[in-house]
Design a protein around this ligand. Sequence first.
Ligand SMILES: Cc1cc2nc3c(=O)[nH]c(=O)nc-3n(C[C@H](O)[C@H](O)[C@H](O)COP(=O)(O)O)c2cc1C
Length: 139
Amino acid sequence: MLLAQSLGLNTCWVALTYRKKESVARVAAGERFVCCIALGHGKSSGTAHKARPVERLGRMDGDPGLAGAPAWFIAGLEATQLAPIALNQQRFRFDLAADERTVRARALPAVSCGRIDLGIAKLHFELGASTVSHDWKFA
Ligand SMILES: Cc1cc2nc3c(=O)[nH]c(=O)nc-3n(C[C@H](O)[C@H](O)[C@H](O)COP(=O)(O)O)c2cc1C
């Protein structure tokens, strides 16, 4: 989807408001049809959504304000603020371990799509953090 956006297309994740039967997707044995993706030229290119502050999306042991957080961790969190999410929930959390290199990402209880949102947010985190440093990893 990021590639499509970068080529000038508009995209939208769709988990709820579509009819599976009308999709041309082939679902192989062992696969699950979880979501579809709309690609095309939108009436508009979307609007900015409200994002939680980074202090609510990430945590660091003993440093709730993230004042001493490494720059790559903040860059990762800032990228998750831009991630598309279902129902504007942002029900995910990134915890930086005491070694200051290991990030544990988890989904918080959500109305729906919490784990899909987490996957999307993790990709955004990785892209954002990696602009600053590759010296970190997911737990
Ligand atoms: C996992 C997921 C599922 C979504 N499912 C639907 C959906 O069923 N119907 C819909 O209209 N939008 C759906 N959306 C789109 C969002 O509601 C929202 O429009 C989109 O994430 C763009 O938001 P933004 O412009 O605020 O970033 C979904 C988004 C995500 C990430």
